[in-house]
Design a binder for this molecule. Sequence first.
Ligand SMILES: [Zn+2]
Length: 478
Amino acid sequence: MVVKIFNTLTRKREVFEPNTPGKVGMYVCGPTVYNYIHIGNARTFLSFDVMRRYLEWKGFEVEFVQNITDVDDKIINRANEEGVSPEEVSEKYTDAFQSQMERLGVKPPSVAPKATETIDEMIELIKDLERNGLAYKTPDGVYFSVRKFKEYGKLSRRDLEDMRAGERVDIDPNKEDPMDFALWKLAKPGEPKWPSPWGEGRPGWHIECSAMSLKFLGMSFDIHGGAQDLIFPHHENEVAQSEGATGRKPFVKYWAHGGLLNIDKEKMSKSLGNFTLLQAALKEWSANEIRMFMLGTHYRNPLDFTEKGLFEAKAKVERIETFIANLDFAISSESQRSAAISSEVNSINDRIKKRFIVAMDDDFNSAAALGVVFEHIREVNTLIIGGDEVPENDSLEATKEFLIDLLNNALGLSFMGPGEDAKFAPDDKEIKELLELREQARKEKDWNKADELRQKITDLGFELEDTPQGPRVKKIKS
Ligand SMILES: [Zn+2]
């Protein structure tokens, strides 16, 4: 079974064939660390986390590079506003970014280069562009000459003439073309700066990603990801710089772009002021709930951030937790075991796994894959609850392991693994005694006493349910 991936460059779903069989080089544009990230940014990082995890789950070795843009106008402005140094600003928000990604369950990149640690490579790249006649100097910096790069516009499918017509009057008369963009900006007083052949200054944003991806993944690599709003100009410019400097094509084999997160059908953005910070969302919702919410929509589609959607995701997370608890309960129950039911469960597992793979192979369709998971839960649930017989423990344990492997390893959700404590409390001594006393009371038809004991169990934070296989208790979530 092969993975198919939608390639923005060709606007087609293509069979995924990495340059080196079994190995994947992947780059995703990281944050500019001048502020806390909002949940729309988080969606992008989460989508590519799932793409990476799924490829790893399928056996690919993924080298995942994500930059930290720690030198930028926005950082300088922020530092001036707060009266601190740009380094203080970037360190603060880099730490915040990394710890929030960890809380969200996003795997750390294989390499997370900082722009300020890659300045030498950027300068070399600009020198190559100059040598190839694609860059020129002006009084305030060095610019890329878009009209000299014949294929400019090929990723975003924009025509240079149309772009120019749509451009507002450019205030910089030193540029050869209004669409030319800065590779190197000469420093103004008080700004962070590095020495260069063109004078002290700092890199432009676009050259940072070209330099960092080339440094860690080589001149041609497999997947470059980012949000859709980066296609132009950022990624278009990365293509022009990287291919213009190295002469190697394609710079990136598959361009993957994530859909935006909207609020009331409008893009969530810092400039529009309609954003929810990731850290605020993580106070209200668990990482599992946020991930479940995001994965319910294909990564390329727009997604509306709504409370209703998050409550639905919460209910889905609970459905899975209950199912895992049902499996644990069946494992520990004294019900009759049935080989026939076991083999039925095993064949459901096989069928579901195949369909899960088909869904995810189809351009990482997590929404369809989750649909398959809930179908599995429905089918197996009917075989383990309510009947006189349950599957054998081998089959129940395999089911639990199978489901957790899909959810945790392929999708990055986090449900308890085999051997971890179940949410049920059969081991809690006090609860066990109360349960036995209550069973005794029920046998003696002392309903008042039975009710009293049930209340005691509830007061201790457990929910009691009478099932055909006996009473079961579940910890009530706080
Ligand atoms: Zn980038």
